[in-house]
Ligand binder design. Structure first.
Ligand code: BTN
Length: 327
C-alpha cells in the first residue's frame, strides 16, 4: 500500500492529491491512506499535508528502500523485481543474511541491502566497517552454471561493474582497481568486494557477491585503525555528499548488464573491462600470501584472472590470491 501511495504521489509531481482521490483509486478508506502516509513520514519521506487540498511528495530520504531501488532500475536478473530486494536497518553481514536466503531456495538475482552491518566481513578474515546510513553494503545472489575454479573472474567482473557504476554518477572520480578487487582513490580504499561460494568439487551451487562502499563517511566517522588506509567518496568528491540511492541503482544496473553479457557471450570481456580501470599492472608491487612476501612487477592477468608477477631475476609466476601493496 505504501508503495502504491508513493507511486500516486510521484505521478502527481509537484501537485497535491487528495486523500479521497487516493482512497478511491486504491479501493481503501481515507483513514487507511492517512495511516500509511504517517508511516511513510516516520520513515523519512517528506510529505506535505494541506487541509482540503491533500498530500504532496516533497522529498525522499536517501535510504536504500526496495521501492526506491526498484524504481531506478531496468534490470532483468539482479534485483529485477521488488520481491527480490531485502532491506535491513541492521544486520550482522549481508553476505550471511543472503546465505540463509540462498539455502532456503531464494532465486538468482535476490539481493540483501543493509543500512548498517554489525559484523561486516572482509577478505582474508578481516572485518568491514559499515556505520548506519553512510555507506552502501549489499550482497547479490547468482546461480551461474560454472566451474568453482572460474569464480575469481566473477570478482573481477564485479570490480569493473562497480567502478563503472560509480563513474556513471561521478565521471571525474579518479577511482581504479587494485588486483583483484579493491577499489582505490589516490591509494586509499573506498570499496571492497567479498565473494563467497557454496560448491562441490566441480559443481557450483551458488555465488554470493558482497559489496561494501564508503560513500558519505566523514573523516571522523572512520575508526583510527583504518583512517590512513581508507577513504570515502564524500572525502574525494570535494566533501560533497552523494546520493546512495543513485549510486546503488547505477551499480546494480551495471552488475545486471555485465552478468547478462557473461550469460550470453561468456567471460571473454571481463579482463578487458577490468583492465580499463586497472591500477596494478605495470607497477612494482609486493604480494603478501600467508606468511610470504614476494616482490616484483605485476605484468598481466592470466585468462582465469590470476596475477602474473615478474620477479627480479625475470621469472614469471601466477598467483590466484594474496594482498597486493602498490610500491
Ligand atoms: C574486502 O575488501 O575485504 C571485502 C569487503 C566486503 C564488504 C562487503 S559489505 C557487504 C558484504 N557483507 C559483508 O559482510 N561483507 C561484504
Amino acid at each position: 500500500m505504501r508503495d502504491k501511495i508513493l507511486q500516486l504521489l510521484r505521478n502527481k509531481g509537484p501537485a497535491h492529491m487528495s486523500g479521497e482521490e487516493m482512497a478511491g483509486k486504491l479501493g481503501v478508506s481515507r483513514t487507511s491512506i492517512w495511516k500509511n502516509i504517517q508511516s511513510l513520514k516516520s520513515d523519512g519521506y517528506h510529505i506535505e499535508s494541506s487541509p482540503r487540498i491533500g498530500y504532496r511528495l516533497v522529498g525522499v530520504p536517501d535510504l536504500l528502500y526496495p521501492a526506491e531501488i526498484s524504481k531506478g532500475l531496468k534490470a532483468k536478473v539482479i534485483a529485477s523485481a521488488l520481491g527480490l530486494i531485502y532491506h535491513f536497518w541492521q544486520t550482522d553481514s549481508t553476505n550471511t543474511a543472503l546465505k540463509s536466503l540462498a539455502e532456503g531456495g531464494a532465486p538468482e538475482g535476490t539481493i540483501v541491502i543493509a543500512e548498517e552491518q554489525t559484523g561486516g566481513r572482509g577478505r582474508l578474515g578481516r572485518s568491514w566497517f559499515s556505520p548506519p546510513g553512510k555507506g552502501i553494503s549489499f550482497s547479490i545472489l547468482l546461480r551461474p552454471s560454472l566451474a568453482p575454479g572460474d569464480t575469481p573472474l566473477f570478482t573481477l567482473m564485479t570490480a569493473a561493474a562497480v567502478t563503472q557504476g560509480i563513474k556513471n554518477v561521478l565521471p571525474d572520480l579518479p577511482i581504479g582497481i587494485k588486483w583483484p578487487n579493491d577499489l582505490l582513490i589516490k591509494g586509499r580504499k573506498v570499496c571492497g568486494i567479498l565473494t563467497e561460494i557454496k560448491a562441490e568439487t566441480d559443481l557450483l551451487h551458488h555465488l554470493i557477491i558482497g559489496i561494501g562502499i564508503n560513500v558519505n563517511l566523514k573523516l571522523e566517522d572512520f575508526p583510527p585503525e583504518i583512517n590512513k588506509i581508507a577513504t570515502s567518496i564524500y572525502l574525494e568528491n570535494n566533501e560533497t555528499e552523494v546520493s546512495r540511492q543513485k549510486l546503488t541503482c547505477s551499480i546494480l544496473q551495471e552488475m545486471d548488464d555485465s552478468y547478462r553479457r557473461y550469460l550470453s557471450e561468456g567471460p571473454g570481456f571481463i579482463l578487458t573491462e577490468w583492465k580499463k580501470y586497472n591500477i596494478t599492472l605495470g607497477k612494482k608491487i609486493t604480494l603478501n600470501i600467508f606468511r610470504d612476501q614476494i616482490a616484483g612487477t605485476a605484468v598481466d592477468l592470466s585468462p582465469r584472472g590470476a596475477l602474473i608477477l615478474e620477479e627480479k631475476e625475470g621469472t614469471r609466476r601466477e598467483f590466484h590470491s594474496g594482498e597486493v601493496t602498490l610500491l
